[in-house]
Design a protein around this ligand. Structure first.
Ligand SMILES: Nc1ccn([C@H]2C[C@H](O)[C@@H](COP(=O)(O)OP(=O)(O)OP(=O)(O)O)O2)c(=O)n1
Length: 111
Protein backbone atom coordinates (compact mmCIF):
# COMPACT_ATOMS: atom_id res chain seq x y z
CA UNK A 1 0.00 0.00 0.00
CA UNK A 2 1.31 3.45 -0.91
CA UNK A 3 1.26 5.71 2.14
CA UNK A 4 0.40 9.34 1.46
CA UNK A 5 1.52 11.96 3.97
CA UNK A 6 -1.04 14.18 5.73
CA UNK A 7 0.57 17.17 4.03
CA UNK A 8 0.37 15.65 0.51
CA UNK A 9 -3.24 14.50 1.07
CA UNK A 10 -4.31 17.98 2.20
CA UNK A 11 -2.49 19.73 -0.66
CA UNK A 12 -4.23 17.39 -3.16
CA UNK A 13 -7.63 17.79 -1.44
CA UNK A 14 -7.49 21.59 -1.70
CA UNK A 15 -6.05 21.63 -5.25
CA UNK A 16 -8.72 19.23 -6.61
CA UNK A 17 -11.38 21.66 -5.37
CA UNK A 18 -9.55 24.86 -6.33
CA UNK A 19 -9.80 25.87 -2.66
CA UNK A 20 -6.29 27.28 -2.18
CA UNK A 21 -7.85 30.69 -2.87
CA UNK A 22 -9.88 30.37 0.36
CA UNK A 23 -7.03 29.01 2.46
CA UNK A 24 -5.45 32.34 3.37
CA UNK A 25 -3.60 32.54 6.70
CA UNK A 26 -6.42 34.71 8.07
CA UNK A 27 -9.19 32.32 6.99
CA UNK A 28 -7.29 29.30 8.28
CA UNK A 29 -6.56 30.95 11.65
CA UNK A 30 -10.28 31.77 11.96
CA UNK A 31 -11.15 28.20 10.99
CA UNK A 32 -8.86 26.79 13.70
CA UNK A 33 -10.68 28.87 16.33
CA UNK A 34 -14.12 27.96 14.93
CA UNK A 35 -13.37 24.23 14.94
CA UNK A 36 -11.79 24.53 18.42
CA UNK A 37 -15.13 25.99 19.53
CA UNK A 38 -16.91 22.96 18.04
CA UNK A 39 -14.50 20.70 19.91
CA UNK A 40 -15.31 22.53 23.13
CA UNK A 41 -19.02 22.19 22.36
CA UNK A 42 -18.64 18.42 22.72
CA UNK A 43 -18.10 19.06 26.44
CA UNK A 44 -20.65 21.86 26.85
CA UNK A 45 -23.08 20.07 29.13
CA UNK A 46 -21.12 17.06 30.21
CA UNK A 47 -17.49 16.09 30.71
CA UNK A 48 -18.56 12.76 29.23
CA UNK A 49 -18.34 13.74 25.56
CA UNK A 50 -19.08 11.31 22.74
CA UNK A 51 -15.63 9.97 21.68
CA UNK A 52 -16.54 9.82 17.95
CA UNK A 53 -17.57 13.49 17.93
CA UNK A 54 -14.46 14.52 19.85
CA UNK A 55 -12.24 12.71 17.32
CA UNK A 56 -14.04 14.33 14.38
CA UNK A 57 -13.81 17.86 15.79
CA UNK A 58 -10.18 17.32 16.78
CA UNK A 59 -9.52 16.15 13.19
CA UNK A 60 -10.98 19.42 11.88
CA UNK A 61 -8.76 21.49 14.24
CA UNK A 62 -5.69 19.49 13.19
CA UNK A 63 -6.65 19.74 9.49
CA UNK A 64 -6.79 23.53 9.63
CA UNK A 65 -3.55 23.65 11.68
CA UNK A 66 -1.79 21.58 9.02
CA UNK A 67 -3.26 23.71 6.23
CA UNK A 68 -2.01 26.88 7.95
CA UNK A 69 1.45 25.40 8.44
CA UNK A 70 1.55 24.40 4.75
CA UNK A 71 0.38 27.87 3.74
CA UNK A 72 3.15 29.62 5.68
CA UNK A 73 5.76 27.17 4.41
CA UNK A 74 6.34 25.53 7.77
CA UNK A 75 6.62 21.90 8.80
CA UNK A 76 4.04 21.34 11.59
CA UNK A 77 6.17 18.78 13.46
CA UNK A 78 9.18 21.11 13.32
CA UNK A 79 7.06 24.04 14.56
CA UNK A 80 6.02 22.00 17.59
CA UNK A 81 9.55 20.75 18.27
CA UNK A 82 11.01 24.27 17.97
CA UNK A 83 8.42 25.64 20.40
CA UNK A 84 8.94 22.70 22.76
CA UNK A 85 12.60 23.66 22.99
CA UNK A 86 11.55 27.16 24.12
CA UNK A 87 8.93 25.76 26.52
CA UNK A 88 11.41 23.29 28.05
CA UNK A 89 13.58 26.24 29.11
CA UNK A 90 10.59 28.15 30.52
CA UNK A 91 9.51 25.16 32.58
CA UNK A 92 12.62 23.45 34.00
CA UNK A 93 11.85 19.97 35.34
CA UNK A 94 13.37 20.92 38.73
CA UNK A 95 10.74 23.62 39.38
CA UNK A 96 7.82 22.70 37.12
CA UNK A 97 7.47 18.99 37.87
CA UNK A 98 4.03 18.17 39.29
CA UNK A 99 2.76 21.75 39.34
CA UNK A 100 0.73 23.76 36.82
CA UNK A 101 2.13 27.13 37.91
CA UNK A 102 2.69 29.66 35.09
CA UNK A 103 6.39 30.02 34.22
CA UNK A 104 6.66 33.60 35.51
CA UNK A 105 5.45 32.46 38.94
CA UNK A 106 7.83 29.52 39.25
CA UNK A 107 10.77 29.83 41.64
CA UNK A 108 14.09 30.64 39.95
CA UNK A 109 15.68 27.23 39.24
CA UNK A 110 19.21 28.73 38.99
CA UNK A 111 19.23 30.05 42.57
N1 LIG B 1 -13.20 25.76 2.54
C1 LIG B 1 -12.99 24.61 3.20
C2 LIG B 1 -14.04 23.92 3.81
C3 LIG B 1 -13.78 22.74 4.48
N2 LIG B 1 -12.53 22.26 4.52
C4 LIG B 1 -12.24 21.01 5.22
C5 LIG B 1 -11.58 21.20 6.55
C6 LIG B 1 -12.47 20.49 7.56
O1 LIG B 1 -11.69 19.49 8.24
C7 LIG B 1 -13.56 19.81 6.74
C8 LIG B 1 -14.95 20.01 7.24
O2 LIG B 1 -15.31 21.36 7.14
P1 LIG B 1 -16.83 21.80 7.44
O3 LIG B 1 -16.88 23.26 7.16
O4 LIG B 1 -17.78 20.94 6.69
O5 LIG B 1 -16.94 21.65 9.02
P2 LIG B 1 -17.61 20.56 9.96
O6 LIG B 1 -17.18 19.18 9.55
O7 LIG B 1 -17.26 21.01 11.35
O8 LIG B 1 -19.15 20.67 9.67
P3 LIG B 1 -20.26 21.33 10.65
O9 LIG B 1 -19.95 22.81 10.65
O10 LIG B 1 -21.57 20.97 9.99
O11 LIG B 1 -20.06 20.70 11.99
O12 LIG B 1 -13.44 20.31 5.41
C9 LIG B 1 -11.50 22.95 3.91
O13 LIG B 1 -10.34 22.50 3.93
N3 LIG B 1 -11.74 24.11 3.26
Amino acid sequence: MVEISVQDALVAFAAERDWEQFHTPENLAKSIAIEAGELLECFQWSADAEPKRVREELADVLTYCHLLAIRIGANPDQLVLDKLEVTRKKYPVETARGVSTKYDKLPDSSS
